[in-house]
Design a protein around this ligand. Structure first.
Ligand SMILES: [Zn+2]
Length: 173
């Protein structure tokens, strides 16, 4: 019975989302951001509210606590594998200099200087920007990817911890 109810809720939500998509046709990006925001709140990338209700109800059936604990333990293992990391993003730039007659300002075929790799990030509320040598780009990219993974794993952990905590509150009621 519960399953049927949740399926109906899920379908209603899908219909609602479809409407949001239509009415927000002028600003599809905004609508997309809202959905992403909801996913962020839940802490489980790619899982929306309707799906998470489903997950909660499925876990009511068999050993939910062990289930959460196992999943959290797997996340912790993956987190321990991480080592080097840095937040931010890398962009490639081409510049024009002030040297007269330089090829970067050639009227026929201008060839700008570069590429230069610029790293941008925010740490403890402070924006930082620095150049990265071409030789270091691969290592920096690997660090950036590790940080994304770190964020994804901790986000999933919070999501599972929240589900487990809520499940425990409900099971006591
Ligand atoms: Zn130049």
């Amino acid at each position: 019975m519960q399953r049927a109810a949740s399926t109906a809720t899920s379908q209603r939500n899908v219909a609602k989302r479809a409407q949001v998509g239509r009415s927000g046709a002028r600003a599809p990006h905004q609508a997309d951001q809202r959905v992403k925001g909801m996913r962020k709140c839940l802490g489980t990338p790619g899982v929306d509210i309707a799906d998470s209700i489903y997950i909660l109800q499925d876990m009511n059936n068999t050993k939910p606590i062990q289930n959460y604990q196992q999943k959290i333990a797997t996340l912790k293992d993956q987190l321990l594998q991480l080592d080097r990391m840095r937040p931010g993003s890398l962009s490639r730039q081409y510049n024009v200099c002030g040297k007269p007659g330089c090829h970067c300002k050639d009227p026929q075929k201008p060839k700008r200087h570069g590429p230069y790799y610029q790293l941008n990030y925010v740490f403890r509320g402070k924006k930082k920007s620095q150049f990265v040598r071409a030789a270091d780009v691969a290592a920096v990219r690997a660090e950036l990817a590790n940080f994304k993974k770190f964020r994804r794993l901790t986000d999933q952990w919070v999501g599972l911890a929240l589900q487990r905590a809520d499940w425990e509150l409900k099971s006591k009621a």
